[in-house]
Design a protein around this ligand. Sequence first.
Ligand SMILES: NC(=O)c1ccc[n+]([C@@H]2O[C@H](COP(=O)([O-])OP(=O)(O)OC[C@H]3O[C@@H](n4cnc5c(N)ncnc54)[C@H](O)[C@@H]3O)[C@@H](O)[C@H]2O)c1
Length: 432
Amino acid sequence: MKIGIIGSGYVGLVTGTCLAHLGHSVTCVDQDKAKIRTLKTGKIPFYEPGLMEMVLENVAAKRLFFTTEISRIVNHCEVLFICVNTPPKPNGAADLSFVETVAKQIAMHLRKYCLIVEKSTVPVETGEWVRQTIKRYIKKDMHFDVASNPEFLREGSAIHDFLQPDRIVIGVSSARAEKIFRTLYSPLKAPMIVTDIKSAELIKHAANSFLATKISFANAISRICDAVGADIEKVTLGMGLDPRIGKQFLKAGVGFVGSCFPKDVSAFLYISEKLGARFELLADVLRINDAQAKCFVEKIKNSMKTLRGKTVGVLGLAFKPDTDDMRCAPSIPIIQMFQKEGARVKAYDPQAAFKASSILKGVDYVDTPYEAGEGAHAIAVLTEWSEFLNLDWERLKKSMKGRFFFDGRNMFSPAEMKKRGFHYFSIGRPSA
Ligand SMILES: NC(=O)c1ccc[n+]([C@@H]2O[C@H](COP(=O)([O-])OP(=O)(O)OC[C@H]3O[C@@H](n4cnc5c(N)ncnc54)[C@H](O)[C@@H]3O)[C@@H](O)[C@H]2O)c1
């Protein structure tokens, strides 16, 4: 099938490349000229394991193309995926201006039937609004379908998640649209949930909000653990082995972060209120989350007495491992709090230092974890990159001025870290 992808960021590029890999002919569009130039030279504008190789393979096979001109694809594609960003507005609502622009652009060029798919995460009833927007700007009255097909991929394992999904959710309003989706995804072995458009939109917001709630739940318990000297890892293990609860996302740390959870929970809360059904629980989920990074910095301040004049070596800047994405990374507020308290910060991240350098000023970005430790009074782990598990602890310790080690991701065993000679503090576990 001929597919057009509008918005070639994390979701659009992965979606387009994977659909090309499945044998479809895909053209990815982006308004960002530099991004398209990079893609045309065989590079990708962000880090995602395995993606560059897959892009090159599909470009060489003439199944994957890139352009900045949306007009070039609208009438050549049977399906158009809208994959643009839907960032948060200051009041928490999803900013749909990028989706609106794309809907207008599609309308201006549309001359024959096409299935227009919202892949971006959008609030319930956006599908109907997109349909009306296209109707308003379309040049000649004709039939088209709008559908919802929310994306559940995770950065860092995006290709696997796209090609081996737990489920494919499609929200459709016609048999024709459903048939197109069934053909499109026929190579994938996953249950397909076919529903109306509003339910599909709600599935995405509800799923992300539920996962965020599990994280805030674990974080709230971690504070009780801190207060009484209990161990959150044991508590969540004991809870999570109950299959009705499940172990995943029951992990205490510096909070839920990244480009999706904070904005999607806020947007869901906003739309629920607007619809007269305020989802109060989500307000608490966000409140617990907002306090988590502050609690971590408080713990560091209390342990070290003061941060003024101290050097902190930060390990990990990206919001999660295996990505260079810095959107809503906890390293941003935490490092800013370190700096406000008068600390000097040295930071190491295997992939995200370049992106971080345009956001966090006054930080020494270094090339190895050991350089981050040089002369540092404390280490703070903010992203759980697996390479941190196998550090040369003697080397790190010798280069440091102090022995404090603050683990914002509960990556290490307190007993092991004590044996290695550190004053080890983590989240919701007794210090060592
Ligand atoms: N990143 C994730 O892990 C993830 C997972 C699931 C869903 N989502 C959702 O998918 C959507 C996209 O997220 P992302 O992380 O890929 O964002 P992104 O910022 O990486 O990519 C969006 C792209 O759209 C482009 N764009 C904006 N307006 C355009 C226009 N008019 N024409 C052409 N291109 C345009 C931007 O230049 C950018 O390259 C969001 O709604 C997000 O919530 C993201």
